[in-house]
Ligand binder design. Structure first.
Ligand code: AMP
Ligand code: MG
Length: 335
């Protein structure tokens, strides 16, 4: 028998916001929108509540959570800020940038997977900020989806993925940015390093720091190597096999069967067919990021034999972010 749906979707009325904030303050879980994707939130200082996040998502305990705060002062209660971390936070917060910093002892070790550092961000979404303020808690919140599947950018996506595992979903419409935050390692202020590409570029961060940021490198790892906390290769994956291509040429497309889908950044000129999809009309990267996860879900529901996706060219931050999510979605689980 299929599991019973337990979740209810709440509109952001004042009464509902008060109710959901109370759920959070009392150690419950609430899925809520941020400007990047929908998050599954719990009081970050309540180890039991955070354990429930891992359980609901089926997320391995080795994958640490990002803690969301409402102010720099609140961030400083959970993490050690260097002068330059403060500078970066003041420039980019609220916004889609997560800082990895030395943690303070009050953060339960379940949140950081036992690491001595904590990932912290101040989101820009008004509803999420309102939940932080009303609950009085810093909120740990990974994406609100079963672990490993495509991240949710609407309340409907959350309901589809976690509807039988959680009770409360706040609907704030589609997430504006659509891909997860940029993650910057600032544990050592002299060696800033990009851990995940996102909307905010290392160029912009480097300009504030007055020094270069170590670029992101996806590590090629032997099959059975131990996985360091938070460095999972396989993520954001549709069930349909996803194949990445640098460039889909007419010749290579000729070999692809019509029951396999082709995904482009831009509507390809002179090509048509039921299996041709594109993320944008005009190649705007903001739109590509905004639509990416919804498109992967749509293709996954379309029962295609495979999905062939063309990587985006260039070094723009969102191009790197979209390619990173596509690459991880295409990675095969280690045996
Ligand atoms: P998300 O899946 O969007 O919730 O992002 C969580 C990711 O943040 C993890 O998978 C890690 O890659 C990263 N992260 C969180 N905490 C830490 C940490 N203390 N050190 C390094 N990376 C972290
Ligand atoms: Mg996630």
């Amino acid at each position: 028998m299929p599991a019973k749906r337990t979740a209810r979707v709440y509109r952001p009325t004042s009464a509902n916001m008060a109710r959901l904030a109370k759920v959070l303050a009392q150690g419950g879980l609430v899925a809520a929108p941020t400007e990047t994707v929908y998050g599954l939130a719990a009081d970050a200082l309540n180890a039991k509540a955070c354990r429930a996040i891992f359980r609901a998502k089926g997320r391995p305990a080795s994958d640490p959570l990002i803690v969301h705060v409402g102010s720099l002062a609140q961030a400083e209660t959970i993490a050690e800020f260097s002068e330059c971390a403060r500078e970066v936070a003041k420039t980019f917060w609220p916004g889609p940038l997560t800082l990895v910093l030395p943690k303070k002892s009050r953060v339960p070790s379940i949140v950081t997977s036992g690491l001595p550092s904590v990932a912290v961000r101040m989101p820009a979404h008004q509803l999420f900020r309102d939940l932080i303020r009303r609950s009085g808690c810093p909120l740990a919140a990974p994406s609100a989806n079963p672990f490993g599947y495509v991240s949710p950018t609407t309340a409907e996506h959350v309901l589809t993925g976690l509807g039988t595992r959680i009770e409360y979903i706040l609907d704030g419409g589609p997430a504006k940015i659509g891909v997860e935050s940029t993650i910057l390692d600032l544990r050592d202020p002299c060696r800033p390093a990009l851990l995940r590409p996102g909307f905010i570029s290392i160029k912009a961060i480097g300009a504030v720091l007055g020094q270069g940021v170590i670029a992101y490198r996806r590590k090629v790892r032997p099959r059975h190597a131990a996985i360091a906390p938070g460095m999972l290769e396989h993520h954001y994956s549709p069930r349909t096999p996803l194949i990445l291509v640098k460039k889909l040429t007419r010749q290579s497309m000729g070999r692809i069967s019509t029951d396999e889908a082709l995904l482009f950044l831009k509507k390809p000129e002179g090509l048509s067919g039921k299996n041709i999809f594109w993320l944008t009309e005009d190649g705007r990267l903001e739109q590509a990021a905004h639509r990416l996860f919804k498109m992967l879900r749509q293709l996954d529901d379309g029962h295609w034999g495979k999905i062939h996706a063309e990587l985006i060219t260039g070094n723009a931050s969102l191009a790197l972010a979209v390619n990173d999510r596509l690459t991880r979605a295409a990675a095969v689980l280690p045996l």
